[in-house]
Design a protein around this ligand. Structure first.
Ligand SMILES: Nc1ncnc2c1ncn2[C@@H]1O[C@H](COP(=O)(O)OP(=O)(O)OP(=O)(O)O)[C@@H](O)[C@H]1O
Ligand SMILES: [Mg+2]
Length: 151
């Protein structure tokens, strides 16, 4: 018996991810599943001597990301489904796969592209790696306004 009770929606706050969110929300409603939103912060390696603090403080970034995830969900939808928000740190694809394993996620819903959004690449590198390594099915959603250009 297949049960879909936990849906993971990883986001990089791109328009592609925003579009995929409509599918994640609809499926969470349909299956009466909890929606787990996840942003992975790519923390830069230690840079010696950064007196001007050119690199943002990771905790501040995490707070902004949490707020942005909260704002991304339509309040009506949020009232109907259980939504949980998470921020992880590391390599996005590794963290997404690790999260899915650790939280026993049943389905990952994510966009085919993200912030880089290169048109000539069939799949973004994060999505490609997640599809290959995830312990559960992955629904990859492409953006209708961004056509693929076949090689
Ligand atoms: N840092 C991140 N945290 C959470 N999810 C992410 C992150 N980066 C990407 N994703 C997810 O993966 C999807 C596809 O992004 P991906 O990074 O694969 O493509 P891209 O940015 O267009 O290309 P690339 O990063 O390979 O240059 C995003 O829409 C988002 O759902
Ligand atoms: Mg990317």
């Amino acid at each position: 018996m297949i049960t879909i009770k936990k849906i993971l929606f990883p986001t990089d706050f791109s328009s592609f991810a925003e579009h995929a969110l409509t599918y994640a929300v609809a499926m969470a409603q349909e299956f009466e599943a909890a929606l787990y939103m996840l942003y992975v912060e790519e923390v830069l390696p230690y840079v010696p001597g950064d007196p001007e603090r050119k690199f943002p403080d990771p905790d501040t970034v995490a707070q902004y990301a949490d707020k942005a995830m909260e704002n991304a969900i339509d309040p009506d939808a949020a009232a109907r489904i259980e939504v949980r928000r998470f921020v992880a740190r590391g390599v996005p694809s590794d963290e997404i796969v690790e999260f899915a394993r650790g939280h026993e996620v049943d389905l990952i819903v994510m966009a085919t592209h993200g912030r880089t959004g290169l048109k000539h690449v069939l799949l973004g590198s994060t999505t490609e790696k997640v599809v290959r390594k995830a312990p559960c099915p992955v629904l990859s959603v492409h953006h209708p306004e961004h056509e693929f250009i076949m090689p």
